[in-house]
Design a binder for this molecule. Sequence first.
Ligand SMILES: [Zn+2]
Ligand SMILES: [Zn+2]
Length: 351
Amino acid sequence: MKALVLHGPEDLRVESVPEPGVVGPGEVKLRNRFAGICGSDLHEFRRPMLTTAEPHPLTGAQLPQIPGHEYSGEVLEVGEGVTNVRPGDRVAVMPLFFCGECPACMTGRQQCCVRLGAVGMNWDWGGMAEQSVVRSHQVAVLPAEVSDRAGAMVEPAAVAIHSVTVGGVRPGDAVLVAGGGPIGQLVVLAALAAGAGRVYLSETSEPRRRRAEEIGATEAFDPVAFAVPARLAELTVEGVDVAIDCAGSGPALADCLRAVRRGGTVMQTALHTRPVELDPRELTLRDLTLRGANCFPIDSWPKVIDLIATGRMPVEKVITGVTDLDSAIDEGYAALLDPDAGQVKVLIDTR
Ligand SMILES: [Zn+2]
Ligand SMILES: [Zn+2]
């Protein structure tokens, strides 16, 4: 079968690889449909960090790796003991593996497991191929209202919803989202779904600002041209209730801290690639809460799928391009790494 295979830094190839064999107990074989290219896939392409060079402690997988942790598919075959899906079901994949035994797992925070792994990073299979095998706990059925394309958006939408939930966004709240990449755009949708009154976006790219306004952001600002906290102080009573850093830059986090009202919450959703300076007096003197949110709770899929099925999370509006396995490196990876290409979320049609 055809697959994208990551061999090492900047070494991603379209290859022919053996199809999965007969599935084992508790496993599900999928005909993959659409796979999203995520910011973390771009990081892994440039320098594999999460994709392990040595065997992963839970799964034994290591480079070379088929990427793709955001994807939909159709069930081809189920192993012994699998009762939640059957052949022909359309599903979205919840990519995480966890040990079930560490303190994080035992307290229901499997996404922070000490041995966390993911399909497409630490597993023999991934979404960027014609077929894959996953464990039965990793598939959730898509109803007819949720397309295969939307199914590939469930994973990043789950990240966005977790962020908005942990941030405590409530009906009528004013929210700032810093960064208009795929997660930032989905956080705009998630905040609106949670009932936020106004959702502002700060983003340097003009096409991304336009897209955010198209999907429902109240107003999108260029943080280079505008002092975002000062502008938001004018537009709200005293600042936003919740500010969510989806940009992962020092200036974005600084803007978030200054843009929230007294007693407000700043969410750290983006993964910064280097330490940043922050003034802890901002937290103390203004009663602020600074919180992190990693991935999503592993039971998120039914909720996210319901929000998509009922039209309250129109995730397909965030998709800016669709390519295929043969063209994915140029039209997907390279286009997303080019700031002038104006892409937000590119899906790979694996058919
Ligand atoms: Zn992702
Ligand atoms: Zn664990």
